[in-house]
Write a protein that binds this ligand. Structure first.
Ligand code: ASP
Length: 320
């Protein structure tokens, strides 16, 4: 269906931590579709005005970060110590410039903070309180911790800590376990970009960093191959350099984007990696494969039709 797609395009995800099909009906499902459409529109508006892919990616991710439905910025999950430690990265495929942050709490939009790292820090990857101090000098908007805290994520932490203390098996849904947001885009000039932002995994070990901010694992962009943003069990995505492997398959093995992304998902599956990814290449349609029960996701092209899906159902399509 997607392979006739051309021109500029954008794909987004709101993470592979989806609420189970049976529990996500009616208004609850509609809220997710509406949130995805808001993010698609924000990115599409940039692309439709001839703006760069990296701006479109940032605009889409900001909307997803601002929505407490998703595990990024407002609505982020907690560490086992009850803290918020957020990770984010952005990469521009035009020059392979990249900016990444790990273990931060404060910037309202970690994706914009990652962009400041990319453009202003003279480095690629910054962590923790020193990164926050740098960001305060760069006019990045900070919010009090309460802004990021939601009852749903506090409850998920409480349930998980109680389960661990009781030594019970882990029967949580993906939604209580993890999530992430991300976007990839190709602009009218043919440049690609990727951005990803997350709170990580519920009750993660303090100091644990997932795949999201690791360039080549959770986020990657190169005009010569593709732009990729992932979601899922970060440790496996890091060990298999998931995003960079898609690019390598295109570059060195002559695979097309769909084959490369599908093969990487299959390899992750074979090694306990649960989740999915979105990717866009120098030409053609975005691809959005996953091996989990669902992945909040959507895409839009030149025609402006907003396509969104959550589990394995057909995409809902809405004209702007
Ligand atoms: N990949 C994220 C992490 O490991 C979590 C997720 O996408 O569900 O931090």
């Amino acid at each position: 269906m997607l392979d006739t797609y051309g021109g500029f395009c954008l794909a987004i995800h709101g993470g592979a931590g989806t609420v189970p099909v049976a529990a996500l009906k009616g208004a609850a499902a509609e809220a997710y579709h509406a949130a995805l459409r808001t993010a698609l529109k924000a990115g599409w508006t940039v692309l439709n005005q001839g703006g760069p892919a990296v701006d479109a990616v940032a605009a889409a991710v900001v909307e997803l970060e601002n929505d407490a439905l998703f595990n990024a910025a407002r609505g982020a999950v907690f560490t086992s110590a009850g803290q918020l430690e957020m990770d984010a990265a952005i990469m521009n495929g035009a020059d392979r410039a990249a900016g990444a942050l790990a273990g931060i709490c404060g910037p309202k939009n970690p994706i914009l903070a990652a962009r400041a790292v990319m453009e202003k820090s003279g480095t690629v990857f910054m962590i923790g309180t020193a990164a926050e101090a740098f960001l305060r000098t760069e006019n990045i908007q900070f919010m009090p911790t309460d802004y990021f805290v939601t009852p749903r994520r506090l409850e998920a932490l409480h349930l998980e800590l109680t389960r661990r203390a009781a030594g019970m098996p882990d029967t949580r849904s993906d939604a209580d376990r993890h999530g992430t947001v991300g976007a990839v885009a190709r602009d009218a000039a043919g440049n690609v970009a990727a951005g990803t932002s997350t709170g990580g995994m519920t009750a993660k070990r303090p100091g644990r960093v997932g795949d999201t901010p690791v360039i080549g694992a959770g986020t990657f962009a190169d005009n010569a191959t593709c732009a990729v943003s992932t979601t899922g069990t970060g440790e496996v995505f890091i060990r298999f350099t998931a995003a960079a492997d898609i690019a390598a398959r295109i570059r060195y093995a002559g695979q097309n984007l769909e084959q490369a992304a599908g093969d990487v998902i299959a390899e992750l599956s074979a090694h306990g990696g649960d989740g999915g990814l979105i990717a866009v290449g120098a030409t053609g349609a975005p691809v959005l494969p996953f091996n989990s029960s669902g992945m909040y996701r959507g895409f839009v092209g030149v025609d402006g039709v907003l396509s969104t899906a959550i589990h394995r159902e057909a995409f809902r399509q809405v004209c702007q």
